[in-house]
Write a protein that binds this ligand. Structure first.
Ligand code: SF4
Length: 461
């Protein structure tokens, strides 16, 4: 029993989180920054934070994640980190030659109150930033929000620093897509769907070919992928923006609307049949195109698979833990195939509106669904101890609960430290929906096989 101290009895806790269902803001900022071409993320704080953030991303994506740090010591902690950051900017452009440095703060530099825009201006004035090179920043204090907030803040910084409206007010026939914190393969899949529809898109951030690139035998610090500065600028002249996931993508989309008058639609992540339908439909309407037969066929395949698998899914109780944008779409998908989300927890403070959306999504579940926003995995475990579920879907940390309670488990979301391959296969779109269903059904039927004796083991299930 790895979590033997978890009790079934629930006592009210107000100021204590046990086994949080989130991680810290800079990790999200670092991931978003890696989605800019030629960008070196920079952690303005101590080396411990930076090492943790890099290692979390490296362990999930199984790629060497690059970043730099202001390497605070006692002096910077007392007098502020300006000198460290100025020296870091100089060293980084001299030695590592990125096109952009994306600075994010940490708890320590936020508590000190370092004024990052002022430091960047000083670096410019001191000639530490070469021509055609850029330093951008996002404030990412980790004592508020979560890694999702950090991702949203850095994505918004891309708009604040780069997006430009055409002086004449002319709009290009491009659609911006802000994909949210999804896998590089998901970003590729979203772009593939748009390309099938012959829609020109600018995706930002875009980690395809950054964190799921091919093994060539040669290390490249700045891989081919990532949104270019030219694309970020041009995003201000697009005819519309689709923001996928309100928490991760909403702030950047709204900022672009305010700054450059690019109208935005904030949608759920295109996970599952209905939310993919909505994404395709709104993309079709904004771009004024038709949905090609190829996508209609993919949709039909997903419907076919749902029909074939439905008998195994019906009525199954599921516990869900993860990030808010993913959880909402996943919940809607599970309910649409007659599964019953029983417990839902995210560690990200997503607000009352979000909780209401989850309650609406689970309105048809024939029992009271336990939802906690924000909540922790200790409570999630306590709920499971009170009444079991048939399946848990969550990140790697949920495996301890699944193991202790002997419940089938599907790894989904961030982080996944103990499996490989997830960053190469999408779970968004119709094809992603098929893959997700296959994973869920495998987990359920593998358990059935495991528990069957010689007499009840079936060849055909
Ligand atoms: S929570 Fe704050 S102090 Fe801890 S690793 Fe994250 S940024 Fe650093």
């Amino acid at each position: 029993m790895l979590l033997k101290h978890t009790t079934a009895e629930i006592k009210e806790r107000k100021a204590l989180t046990v086994n949080p269902a989130k991680t810290c803001q800079p990790i999200g900022a670092m991931y978003a920054a890696l989605g800019i071409h030629g960008c070196l993320p920079h952690s303005h704080g101590s080396q411990g934070c930076y090492a943790y953030h890099r290692s979390a991303l490296t362990r999930h994506y199984k790629e060497p994640v690059i970043a730099a740090t202001s390497a605070f010591t006692e002096g910077a902690s007392v007098f502020g980190g300006q000198a460290n950051l100025l020296q870091a900017i100089n060293n980084i452009f001299t030695v590592y030659q990125p096109e952009i440095i994306a600075v994010h703060t940490t708890c320590l530099s936020e508590t000190i109150g370092d004024d990052i825009p002022q430091i960047i201006n000083k670096a410019k004035a001191d000639g530490k930033i070469p021509e055609d090179r850029y330093v951008i920043h996002a404030n990412t204090p980790s004592y508020v929000g979560s890694h999702v907030t950090g991702f949203a803040n850095m994505t918004k910084a891309m708009v604040d620093y780069f997006a430009e409206a055409d002086d004449s007010g002319r709009k290009e026939k491009t659609v911006n897509i802000i994909p949210g914190w999804v896998e590089p393969s998901d970003m590729a899949e979203i772009k593939r769907i748009a390309a099938e529809m012959k829609v020109r898109t600018i995706m930002f951030p875009d980690t395809e070919n950054v964190l799921n690139g091919p093994m060539t035998g040669r290390y490249r610090m700045y891989p081919d992928g990532g949104t270019t500065v030219a694309q970020l600028r041009a995003a201000g002249s697009s005819m519309g923006t689709l923001a996928l996931g309100r928490l991760a993508s909403g702030p950047a989309a709204r900022a672009l609307d305010v700054k450059c008058k690019v109208p935005c639609e904030i949608l759920n992540l295109p996970i599952g049949l209905h939310d993919t339908d909505t994404f395709v439909d709104i993309l079709r309407r904004i771009a004024g195109v038709n949905v090609p037969d190829s996508l209609t066929i993919e949709r039909g395949q997903l419907v076919d698979i749902i029909t074939d698998m439905h008998q195994y899914f019906h009525g199954k109780r599921v516990g869900l833990v993860g990030d808010p944008d993913q959880l909402l779409s996943l919940t809607r998908f599970l309910v649409s195939i007659d599964m019953c989300p029983a417990y839902i927890i995210t560690g990200t403070p997503a607000g009352k509106k979000y909780e209401k959306a989850l309650r609406e999504a689970t309105a048809e579940v024939p029992f009271e669904v336990q939802i906690k926003v924000p909540g922790d995995m200790y409570l999630f475990h306590q709920w499971i101890k009170q009444e079991k579920v048939d399946l848990i879907i969550g990140n790697t940390y949920a495996k301890y609960i699944a193991k202790d309670e002997d419940i089938p488990f599907v790894r989904y979301g961030f982080p996944i430290f103990d499996r490989v391959g997830h960053s190469y296969f999408p779970t968004v779109g119709y094809r992603g929906g098929m893959r997700l269903l296959e994973k869920i059904l495998d987990a359920i039927l593998d358990r059935k096989d495991r528990d069957a004796d010689d007499i009840t083991t079936e060849l055909v299930m």
